[in-house]
Design a protein around this ligand. Sequence first.
Ligand SMILES: O=C(O)c1cccc(C(=O)CC[C@H]2O[C@@H](n3cnc4c(=O)[nH]cnc43)[C@H](O)[C@@H]2O)c1
Ligand SMILES: [Zn+2]
Length: 352
Amino acid sequence: MTDHRDAGAVRDLHAFIAGLPKAELHVHHVGSASPRIVAELAARHPDSKVPTDPEALADYFTFTDFAHFIEVYLSVVDLVRTPEDVRLLTYEIARDLARQQVRYAELTITPFSSTRRGIDERAFMDAIEDARKAAEADLGTVLRWCFDIPGEAGLESAEETTRLATDDRLRPEGLVSFGLGGPEIGVPRPQFKPYFDRAIAAGLHSVPHAGETTGPETVWDALVELRAERIGHGTSSARDPKLLAHLAEHRIALEVCPTSNIATRAVRTLEEHPIREFVRAGVLVTVNSDDPPMFGTDLDNEYAVAARLLDLDERGLAGLAKNAVEASFLDDAGKAKLAAEIDTYTTAWLAP
Ligand SMILES: O=C(O)c1cccc(C(=O)CC[C@H]2O[C@@H](n3cnc4c(=O)[nH]cnc43)[C@H](O)[C@@H]2O)c1
Ligand SMILES: [Zn+2]
């Protein structure tokens, strides 16, 4: 997409974004493994097929379609084999987030993928919790977890994820929500209703992916059957005006990940991305990075993309950051504190 804005103004906006305190609501655990982390994990497990050279890795992270993306994603999942790998990955993700002034992140983790590969469930929970506490103490970034069902792995994965998320002896302190990821085609959302019912009854928020690779009917299913409080992507909602009105009326946020949608070829070009339609319809839009190194992006870049697509200035960007705070599962005091920090930063930046 052509950027018609003055180069100096764009530079200033990028500097503003870099310092803006932010919340990240849609980012995957293994999907956040940076080239540095991949190299370190591959050194530990040299039989892996994932390349460690950054150039070869960039090539490896070029996807022909969503199914190819999942295939590559799972090859990186195969690199995470021990509780120490899990801890390293989690802490290093927090470091990357802290560098971008992310104060609060809800990280989507797929515990089923790890436990089925032989990582002990207790050790897995201890590893993520240990990293979470260290990240908060060392870096000031608060991490929370969303455990997601990898839908294509079937109801066995749904049962296992629900058990891990609701068993009081296992359930980690940082867990706030319950999700559903992976391909949507051939994986109808309603079959997961009993699992979401159990997770919601155990106090978790419902945040399934929907409408990323299928139509608006999947988003309706997520809302009606899975009682979604936010929607992962929700891209195809733009094709259903009634759905947009429903999302807007009920303040159900969309976790929009523009670069991800291009990288997986769910949307053809950024110019065609429906984010503008969402905003026009009054939907609570949040901007997120999904699987940042795999898509050659990070949260700062997603804010820059949104600024370009929505023609946002500093106040508009601060508004976008505050949307994420509103849609987050922080408590009221945490929301007020982060919103105030965003305001203070913006006021200071714009002061003459
Ligand atoms: O772990 C397994 O053995 C396994 C077996 C069959 C299927 C799966 C999956 O489908 C895993 C999908 C995996 O992808 C994650 N993810 C990351 N980014 C996205 C996205 O943009 N849209 C949907 N899913 C995404 C998701 O969290 C799952 O862990 C696994
Ligand atoms: Zn996602």
